[in-house]
Design a protein around this ligand. Structure first.
Ligand SMILES: *[C@@H]1O[C@H](CO)[C@@H](O)[C@H](O)[C@H]1NC(C)=O
Ligand SMILES: *[C@@H]1O[C@H](CO)[C@@H](O)[C@H](O)[C@H]1NC(C)=O
Ligand SMILES: *[C@@H]1O[C@H](CO)[C@@H](O)[C@H](O)[C@H]1NC(C)=O
Ligand SMILES: *[C@@H]1O[C@H](CO)[C@@H](O)[C@H](O)[C@H]1NC(C)=O
Ligand SMILES: *[C@@H]1O[C@H](CO)[C@@H](O)[C@H](O)[C@H]1NC(C)=O
Length: 366
Protein backbone atom coordinates (compact mmCIF):
# COMPACT_ATOMS: atom_id res chain seq x y z
CA UNK A 1 0.00 0.00 0.00
CA UNK A 2 2.75 2.75 0.46
CA UNK A 3 2.70 6.27 -0.90
CA UNK A 4 2.36 6.51 -4.65
CA UNK A 5 5.47 8.59 -4.98
CA UNK A 6 5.36 9.24 -8.72
CA UNK A 7 1.84 10.63 -8.61
CA UNK A 8 2.59 12.50 -5.46
CA UNK A 9 5.52 14.20 -7.11
CA UNK A 10 3.36 14.92 -10.12
CA UNK A 11 0.68 16.44 -7.93
CA UNK A 12 3.15 18.57 -6.03
CA UNK A 13 4.89 19.64 -9.24
CA UNK A 14 1.64 20.64 -10.83
CA UNK A 15 0.70 22.66 -7.75
CA UNK A 16 3.99 24.49 -8.00
CA UNK A 17 3.65 24.93 -11.75
CA UNK A 18 0.18 26.36 -11.47
CA UNK A 19 1.20 28.49 -8.54
CA UNK A 20 3.98 30.03 -10.59
CA UNK A 21 1.75 30.59 -13.57
CA UNK A 22 -1.27 31.88 -11.76
CA UNK A 23 0.07 33.92 -8.88
CA UNK A 24 2.32 36.93 -9.15
CA UNK A 25 3.80 36.77 -5.67
CA UNK A 26 4.57 33.07 -5.57
CA UNK A 27 4.34 32.19 -1.91
CA UNK A 28 6.20 29.05 -0.87
CA UNK A 29 4.08 26.06 0.06
CA UNK A 30 4.67 26.04 3.79
CA UNK A 31 2.78 24.00 6.37
CA UNK A 32 0.72 27.07 7.25
CA UNK A 33 -0.67 27.14 3.74
CA UNK A 34 -1.97 23.57 3.84
CA UNK A 35 -5.73 23.82 3.46
CA UNK A 36 -7.58 22.92 6.68
CA UNK A 37 -4.32 22.66 8.59
CA UNK A 38 -3.23 19.20 7.53
CA UNK A 39 -1.15 17.00 9.84
CA UNK A 40 -4.01 14.54 10.06
CA UNK A 41 -2.91 11.15 11.40
CA UNK A 42 -5.68 9.43 9.43
CA UNK A 43 -8.33 9.84 6.76
CA UNK A 44 -11.62 8.00 7.31
CA UNK A 45 -13.84 7.93 4.25
CA UNK A 46 -17.64 7.66 4.27
CA UNK A 47 -19.48 7.75 0.96
CA UNK A 48 -20.67 6.18 -2.26
CA UNK A 49 -19.12 5.13 -5.57
CA UNK A 50 -17.35 8.46 -6.02
CA UNK A 51 -14.93 7.35 -3.30
CA UNK A 52 -15.48 3.58 -2.84
CA UNK A 53 -12.02 2.01 -2.93
CA UNK A 54 -13.22 -1.60 -3.13
CA UNK A 55 -15.87 -2.29 -0.48
CA UNK A 56 -18.45 -3.44 -3.03
CA UNK A 57 -15.99 -6.06 -4.34
CA UNK A 58 -16.96 -8.04 -1.25
CA UNK A 59 -20.72 -7.55 -1.50
CA UNK A 60 -23.39 -9.30 -3.54
CA UNK A 61 -24.33 -6.50 -5.92
CA UNK A 62 -24.41 -5.40 -9.54
CA UNK A 63 -22.72 -2.18 -8.38
CA UNK A 64 -19.13 -3.31 -8.88
CA UNK A 65 -16.15 -2.07 -10.87
CA UNK A 66 -13.50 -4.69 -10.07
CA UNK A 67 -12.85 -5.64 -13.69
CA UNK A 68 -11.09 -4.00 -16.63
CA UNK A 69 -11.25 -1.38 -18.06
CA UNK A 70 -11.71 0.11 -14.57
CA UNK A 71 -8.34 0.86 -13.00
CA UNK A 72 -6.43 0.86 -16.30
CA UNK A 73 -4.56 4.01 -15.21
CA UNK A 74 -4.27 3.02 -11.56
CA UNK A 75 -0.92 1.91 -10.16
CA UNK A 76 -0.13 -1.34 -11.93
CA UNK A 77 -3.07 -0.83 -14.30
CA UNK A 78 -5.25 -3.09 -12.16
CA UNK A 79 -8.92 -2.75 -11.24
CA UNK A 80 -9.39 -2.20 -7.51
CA UNK A 81 -13.11 -1.54 -7.21
CA UNK A 82 -12.66 2.19 -7.76
CA UNK A 83 -15.22 3.57 -10.19
CA UNK A 84 -12.75 5.29 -12.49
CA UNK A 85 -9.81 4.54 -14.74
CA UNK A 86 -7.53 5.63 -11.89
CA UNK A 87 -7.55 7.53 -8.65
CA UNK A 88 -10.61 8.95 -6.93
CA UNK A 89 -10.96 12.31 -5.22
CA UNK A 90 -10.47 10.52 -1.87
CA UNK A 91 -7.11 9.30 -3.19
CA UNK A 92 -6.06 12.84 -4.13
CA UNK A 93 -7.17 14.11 -0.73
CA UNK A 94 -5.00 11.44 0.92
CA UNK A 95 -2.06 12.38 -1.32
CA UNK A 96 -2.44 16.08 -0.59
CA UNK A 97 -2.40 15.38 3.15
CA UNK A 98 0.57 13.00 2.77
CA UNK A 99 -1.37 9.94 3.87
CA UNK A 100 -1.40 6.50 2.26
CA UNK A 101 -4.30 5.74 -0.08
CA UNK A 102 -7.13 4.59 2.15
CA UNK A 103 -7.95 0.85 1.99
CA UNK A 104 -11.49 -0.52 1.82
CA UNK A 105 -12.78 -1.84 5.14
CA UNK A 106 -14.38 -4.91 3.56
CA UNK A 107 -11.07 -6.03 2.06
CA UNK A 108 -9.09 -5.96 5.31
CA UNK A 109 -8.34 -8.94 7.52
CA UNK A 110 -8.81 -8.53 11.27
CA UNK A 111 -5.03 -8.47 11.59
CA UNK A 112 -4.75 -5.65 9.06
CA UNK A 113 -7.54 -3.68 10.76
CA UNK A 114 -5.67 -3.97 14.05
CA UNK A 115 -2.54 -2.57 12.45
CA UNK A 116 -3.95 0.40 10.52
CA UNK A 117 -4.01 3.83 12.08
CA UNK A 118 -3.89 5.98 8.92
CA UNK A 119 -7.52 5.56 7.98
CA UNK A 120 -10.11 3.18 6.55
CA UNK A 121 -12.61 3.61 3.71
CA UNK A 122 -16.23 2.54 4.33
CA UNK A 123 -17.71 4.01 1.13
CA UNK A 124 -20.03 1.79 -0.86
CA UNK A 125 -21.27 2.21 -4.41
CA UNK A 126 -25.04 2.53 -4.99
CA UNK A 127 -25.75 3.28 -1.33
CA UNK A 128 -26.84 6.56 0.18
CA UNK A 129 -28.17 8.39 3.17
CA UNK A 130 -31.53 6.59 3.28
CA UNK A 131 -31.31 2.96 4.40
CA UNK A 132 -33.05 1.53 1.30
CA UNK A 133 -31.18 3.53 -1.31
CA UNK A 134 -29.42 1.35 -3.88
CA UNK A 135 -30.69 -1.93 -2.44
CA UNK A 136 -32.49 -2.67 -5.71
CA UNK A 137 -29.10 -3.42 -7.33
CA UNK A 138 -27.85 -5.52 -4.42
CA UNK A 139 -26.05 -5.24 -1.12
CA UNK A 140 -24.31 -2.03 -0.14
CA UNK A 141 -23.33 -0.16 3.01
CA UNK A 142 -25.74 2.67 3.76
CA UNK A 143 -24.56 5.74 5.67
CA UNK A 144 -25.71 4.47 9.06
CA UNK A 145 -24.08 1.08 8.44
CA UNK A 146 -20.81 2.80 7.50
CA UNK A 147 -20.90 4.66 10.80
CA UNK A 148 -21.71 1.36 12.58
CA UNK A 149 -18.59 -0.14 10.97
CA UNK A 150 -16.50 2.82 12.04
CA UNK A 151 -17.75 2.36 15.60
CA UNK A 152 -16.77 -1.30 15.35
CA UNK A 153 -13.32 -0.24 14.12
CA UNK A 154 -12.89 1.88 17.24
CA UNK A 155 -14.04 -0.80 19.64
CA UNK A 156 -12.39 -3.81 18.06
CA UNK A 157 -9.29 -2.40 16.40
CA UNK A 158 -8.29 1.14 17.35
CA UNK A 159 -8.65 0.39 21.05
CA UNK A 160 -5.91 -2.22 20.58
CA UNK A 161 -3.65 0.20 18.72
CA UNK A 162 -4.14 3.11 21.15
CA UNK A 163 -3.61 1.78 24.63
CA UNK A 164 -5.06 4.66 26.60
CA UNK A 165 -8.31 6.57 26.18
CA UNK A 166 -6.55 9.97 25.82
CA UNK A 167 -4.37 8.57 23.01
CA UNK A 168 -7.41 7.19 21.21
CA UNK A 169 -9.40 10.42 21.69
CA UNK A 170 -6.48 12.43 20.37
CA UNK A 171 -6.24 10.22 17.28
CA UNK A 172 -9.96 10.54 16.57
CA UNK A 173 -10.08 14.29 17.20
CA UNK A 174 -7.11 14.94 14.92
CA UNK A 175 -8.21 12.62 12.09
CA UNK A 176 -10.01 13.81 8.99
CA UNK A 177 -13.46 12.42 8.23
CA UNK A 178 -14.50 12.75 4.64
CA UNK A 179 -18.09 12.31 3.49
CA UNK A 180 -19.32 12.11 -0.12
CA UNK A 181 -22.84 10.72 -0.12
CA UNK A 182 -26.40 11.52 -1.14
CA UNK A 183 -26.54 11.46 -4.93
CA UNK A 184 -27.93 7.92 -5.01
CA UNK A 185 -30.82 9.03 -2.82
CA UNK A 186 -31.71 11.40 -5.65
CA UNK A 187 -31.08 8.77 -8.34
CA UNK A 188 -33.24 6.12 -6.74
CA UNK A 189 -35.87 8.04 -4.82
CA UNK A 190 -36.35 11.58 -6.06
CA UNK A 191 -38.76 12.54 -8.80
CA UNK A 192 -40.22 15.82 -9.92
CA UNK A 193 -43.60 15.20 -8.37
CA UNK A 194 -41.97 15.59 -4.95
CA UNK A 195 -41.28 18.80 -3.06
CA UNK A 196 -37.52 19.35 -3.44
CA UNK A 197 -37.35 21.17 -0.09
CA UNK A 198 -39.05 18.33 1.76
CA UNK A 199 -36.81 15.73 0.13
CA UNK A 200 -33.65 17.70 0.94
CA UNK A 201 -34.80 18.23 4.54
CA UNK A 202 -35.48 14.53 4.96
CA UNK A 203 -31.99 13.63 3.67
CA UNK A 204 -30.28 16.28 5.76
CA UNK A 205 -32.07 15.17 8.89
CA UNK A 206 -30.70 11.64 8.39
CA UNK A 207 -27.29 12.91 7.33
CA UNK A 208 -26.81 15.02 10.44
CA UNK A 209 -27.94 12.21 12.73
CA UNK A 210 -24.91 10.30 11.43
CA UNK A 211 -22.57 13.30 11.61
CA UNK A 212 -23.61 13.70 15.25
CA UNK A 213 -22.91 10.01 15.84
CA UNK A 214 -19.42 10.45 14.38
CA UNK A 215 -18.95 13.50 16.58
CA UNK A 216 -20.13 11.47 19.58
CA UNK A 217 -17.52 8.85 18.74
CA UNK A 218 -14.80 11.52 18.77
CA UNK A 219 -14.57 12.93 15.24
CA UNK A 220 -13.84 16.66 15.14
CA UNK A 221 -12.66 17.43 11.62
CA UNK A 222 -15.02 16.91 8.71
CA UNK A 223 -14.44 17.27 4.98
CA UNK A 224 -17.93 17.40 3.53
CA UNK A 225 -18.33 16.97 -0.21
CA UNK A 226 -21.65 18.22 -1.55
CA UNK A 227 -23.75 16.39 -4.15
CA UNK A 228 -22.77 16.38 -7.83
CA UNK A 229 -24.85 18.00 -10.61
CA UNK A 230 -26.57 14.72 -11.44
CA UNK A 231 -28.64 16.41 -14.13
CA UNK A 232 -25.54 16.88 -16.32
CA UNK A 233 -24.26 13.30 -16.12
CA UNK A 234 -24.23 11.03 -19.19
CA UNK A 235 -26.89 8.67 -17.82
CA UNK A 236 -29.29 11.61 -17.50
CA UNK A 237 -28.40 13.72 -20.55
CA UNK A 238 -28.82 10.72 -22.85
CA UNK A 239 -32.53 11.19 -22.23
CA UNK A 240 -32.97 14.97 -22.19
CA UNK A 241 -34.46 17.13 -24.93
CA UNK A 242 -32.49 18.47 -26.66
CA UNK A 243 -30.24 15.47 -26.16
CA UNK A 244 -27.12 16.40 -24.19
CA UNK A 245 -28.66 19.31 -22.30
CA UNK A 246 -28.65 19.21 -18.50
CA UNK A 247 -31.80 18.34 -16.57
CA UNK A 248 -32.15 21.69 -14.83
CA UNK A 249 -34.99 20.60 -12.56
CA UNK A 250 -32.92 17.74 -11.21
CA UNK A 251 -29.89 20.01 -10.73
CA UNK A 252 -32.06 22.55 -8.94
CA UNK A 253 -33.32 19.88 -6.52
CA UNK A 254 -29.71 18.89 -5.75
CA UNK A 255 -28.68 22.55 -5.45
CA UNK A 256 -31.43 23.05 -2.84
CA UNK A 257 -29.93 20.21 -0.80
CA UNK A 258 -26.43 21.63 -1.18
CA UNK A 259 -27.46 25.12 -0.05
CA UNK A 260 -29.18 23.70 3.02
CA UNK A 261 -26.16 21.51 3.73
CA UNK A 262 -23.85 24.53 3.58
CA UNK A 263 -26.06 26.50 5.99
CA UNK A 264 -26.41 23.53 8.35
CA UNK A 265 -22.65 23.24 8.63
CA UNK A 266 -22.45 26.82 9.88
CA UNK A 267 -25.01 25.94 12.55
CA UNK A 268 -23.20 22.73 13.45
CA UNK A 269 -19.94 24.60 13.89
CA UNK A 270 -21.63 26.91 16.38
CA UNK A 271 -23.29 24.01 18.17
CA UNK A 272 -20.17 21.86 18.58
CA UNK A 273 -17.07 23.34 20.13
CA UNK A 274 -13.69 22.22 18.78
CA UNK A 275 -15.27 20.95 15.60
CA UNK A 276 -14.45 22.18 12.12
CA UNK A 277 -15.92 21.57 8.72
CA UNK A 278 -14.52 21.96 5.27
CA UNK A 279 -17.24 22.35 2.65
CA UNK A 280 -16.33 21.12 -0.79
CA UNK A 281 -18.50 22.44 -3.61
CA UNK A 282 -18.20 19.41 -5.87
CA UNK A 283 -21.43 20.46 -7.63
CA UNK A 284 -19.90 23.62 -9.02
CA UNK A 285 -16.59 21.93 -9.69
CA UNK A 286 -18.23 19.44 -12.05
CA UNK A 287 -20.44 22.12 -13.62
CA UNK A 288 -17.29 24.17 -14.19
CA UNK A 289 -15.60 21.32 -16.06
CA UNK A 290 -18.58 21.16 -18.35
CA UNK A 291 -19.31 24.87 -18.53
CA UNK A 292 -18.26 27.57 -20.99
CA UNK A 293 -15.66 29.07 -18.65
CA UNK A 294 -13.35 26.07 -18.89
CA UNK A 295 -9.81 27.33 -18.98
CA UNK A 296 -6.12 26.46 -19.05
CA UNK A 297 -5.41 23.30 -17.06
CA UNK A 298 -8.71 21.61 -17.89
CA UNK A 299 -8.73 22.71 -21.51
CA UNK A 300 -7.98 19.25 -22.85
CA UNK A 301 -11.00 17.81 -21.04
CA UNK A 302 -13.02 18.60 -24.13
CA UNK A 303 -15.48 15.76 -24.10
CA UNK A 304 -17.93 16.79 -21.41
CA UNK A 305 -20.93 14.70 -22.36
CA UNK A 306 -19.95 11.16 -23.40
CA UNK A 307 -18.42 8.52 -21.18
CA UNK A 308 -15.18 6.91 -22.25
CA UNK A 309 -16.66 3.49 -21.48
CA UNK A 310 -18.78 2.59 -23.32
CA UNK A 311 -17.74 5.03 -26.01
CA UNK A 312 -21.02 4.52 -27.82
CA UNK A 313 -23.63 5.25 -25.21
CA UNK A 314 -27.36 5.76 -25.63
CA UNK A 315 -28.43 5.66 -22.00
CA UNK A 316 -29.89 2.17 -22.23
CA UNK A 317 -29.75 -0.15 -19.24
CA UNK A 318 -27.52 -2.60 -21.12
CA UNK A 319 -24.82 -0.04 -21.77
CA UNK A 320 -22.98 -0.09 -18.45
CA UNK A 321 -19.22 -0.10 -18.76
CA UNK A 322 -18.05 -3.72 -18.76
CA UNK A 323 -15.26 -5.93 -20.04
CA UNK A 324 -16.76 -6.00 -23.53
CA UNK A 325 -17.45 -2.27 -23.82
CA UNK A 326 -15.97 -0.18 -26.58
CA UNK A 327 -13.48 2.32 -25.15
CA UNK A 328 -12.72 5.88 -26.18
CA UNK A 329 -9.28 6.36 -27.69
CA UNK A 330 -8.14 9.17 -25.37
CA UNK A 331 -9.26 8.92 -21.75
CA UNK A 332 -7.65 12.21 -20.87
CA UNK A 333 -10.01 14.18 -23.08
CA UNK A 334 -13.07 12.94 -21.19
CA UNK A 335 -14.64 14.21 -17.99
CA UNK A 336 -16.57 10.96 -17.55
CA UNK A 337 -15.07 7.52 -17.49
CA UNK A 338 -18.37 5.67 -17.32
CA UNK A 339 -21.90 7.08 -17.49
CA UNK A 340 -21.91 7.84 -13.75
CA UNK A 341 -18.31 8.55 -12.77
CA UNK A 342 -15.43 10.89 -13.62
CA UNK A 343 -12.06 10.03 -15.12
CA UNK A 344 -8.88 10.16 -13.10
CA UNK A 345 -7.97 13.42 -14.84
CA UNK A 346 -11.25 15.03 -13.73
CA UNK A 347 -10.51 13.81 -10.19
CA UNK A 348 -7.03 15.26 -10.41
CA UNK A 349 -8.47 18.60 -11.58
CA UNK A 350 -10.67 18.50 -8.50
CA UNK A 351 -7.55 18.42 -6.33
CA UNK A 352 -6.17 21.46 -8.15
CA UNK A 353 -9.41 23.43 -7.84
CA UNK A 354 -9.86 22.42 -4.20
CA UNK A 355 -6.36 22.64 -2.73
CA UNK A 356 -4.41 24.95 -5.00
CA UNK A 357 -6.96 27.42 -6.33
CA UNK A 358 -9.22 27.05 -3.30
CA UNK A 359 -12.25 28.06 -5.27
CA UNK A 360 -14.40 25.08 -4.37
CA UNK A 361 -13.15 24.07 -0.91
CA UNK A 362 -13.76 26.41 2.01
CA UNK A 363 -13.30 25.96 5.72
CA UNK A 364 -16.68 26.82 7.26
CA UNK A 365 -16.47 29.95 9.33
CA UNK A 366 -13.29 31.24 7.69
C1 LIG B 1 1.72 -3.19 10.23
O1 LIG B 1 1.90 -1.90 9.58
C2 LIG B 1 3.26 -1.60 9.32
C3 LIG B 1 3.34 -0.17 8.81
O2 LIG B 1 2.20 0.22 8.12
C4 LIG B 1 3.82 -2.61 8.34
O3 LIG B 1 5.16 -2.32 8.06
C5 LIG B 1 3.69 -4.01 8.93
O4 LIG B 1 4.10 -4.97 7.99
C6 LIG B 1 2.26 -4.28 9.35
N1 LIG B 1 2.17 -5.54 10.07
C7 LIG B 1 1.22 -6.44 9.84
C8 LIG B 1 1.25 -7.65 10.70
O5 LIG B 1 0.37 -6.29 8.99
C1 LIG C 1 -42.57 9.73 -7.67
O1 LIG C 1 -42.34 9.08 -6.42
C2 LIG C 1 -43.54 8.82 -5.72
C3 LIG C 1 -43.18 8.31 -4.33
O2 LIG C 1 -42.29 7.22 -4.42
C4 LIG C 1 -44.37 7.81 -6.51
O3 LIG C 1 -45.57 7.53 -5.83
C5 LIG C 1 -44.67 8.40 -7.89
O4 LIG C 1 -45.32 7.43 -8.68
C6 LIG C 1 -43.39 8.85 -8.59
N1 LIG C 1 -43.74 9.57 -9.79
C7 LIG C 1 -43.11 9.36 -10.94
C8 LIG C 1 -43.54 10.22 -12.07
O5 LIG C 1 -42.23 8.52 -11.08
C1 LIG D 1 -11.01 21.58 22.81
O1 LIG D 1 -9.77 21.02 22.44
C2 LIG D 1 -8.71 21.31 23.31
C3 LIG D 1 -7.44 20.78 22.71
O2 LIG D 1 -7.64 19.52 22.14
C4 LIG D 1 -9.02 20.73 24.70
O3 LIG D 1 -8.00 21.04 25.59
C5 LIG D 1 -10.35 21.29 25.20
O4 LIG D 1 -10.72 20.66 26.39
C6 LIG D 1 -11.45 21.08 24.18
N1 LIG D 1 -12.68 21.76 24.60
C7 LIG D 1 -13.86 21.17 24.62
C8 LIG D 1 -15.01 22.01 25.07
O5 LIG D 1 -14.04 20.02 24.27
C1 LIG E 1 -16.99 12.36 -27.12
O1 LIG E 1 -16.52 11.04 -27.10
C2 LIG E 1 -17.36 10.10 -27.78
C3 LIG E 1 -16.82 8.72 -27.50
O2 LIG E 1 -15.43 8.64 -27.65
C4 LIG E 1 -17.42 10.47 -29.25
O3 LIG E 1 -18.28 9.59 -29.92
C5 LIG E 1 -17.93 11.90 -29.37
O4 LIG E 1 -17.90 12.28 -30.73
C6 LIG E 1 -17.08 12.85 -28.55
N1 LIG E 1 -17.67 14.17 -28.56
C7 LIG E 1 -16.93 15.29 -28.63
C8 LIG E 1 -17.68 16.57 -28.60
O5 LIG E 1 -15.71 15.26 -28.70
C1 LIG F 1 -18.32 -10.54 -23.00
O1 LIG F 1 -18.43 -11.28 -24.18
C2 LIG F 1 -18.20 -12.68 -24.00
C3 LIG F 1 -18.21 -13.34 -25.36
O2 LIG F 1 -19.34 -12.95 -26.10
C4 LIG F 1 -19.28 -13.24 -23.08
O3 LIG F 1 -19.07 -14.61 -22.84
C5 LIG F 1 -19.22 -12.48 -21.75
O4 LIG F 1 -20.29 -12.90 -20.90
C6 LIG F 1 -19.33 -10.98 -21.96
N1 LIG F 1 -19.11 -10.30 -20.71
C7 LIG F 1 -19.90 -9.31 -20.26
C8 LIG F 1 -19.54 -8.71 -18.95
O5 LIG F 1 -20.87 -8.93 -20.89
Amino acid sequence: MGLPSSLKTCLILLFICLLNVSTISSKPLTKETVLFGGNFPALYVIGDSLVDSGNNNHLDTLGKSNFPPYGSDFEGGKPTGRFSNGKTIADYIAIYYELPLVPAYMGLSEEQKNNISTGINYASAACGILPDTGKIVGECLSLSVQVDLFKKTINKNLEKKFKTQPELSKHLAESLFMTAIGVNDYSFFYNETMDANDFANKLLHEFFIQIQRLHGLGARKFFINNIKPLGCYPNIIAHTVPRGSCDDDLNLAVAIYNAKLRRSLTHMKQKFSNTSFLYSDYFNFMLGLRGPSRNYASSNLLNTTSPCCPSVYDGGASTFCNANSSLCTMRDTHIFFDPFHPTQLANFMYAIRCFQERKICHVVGD
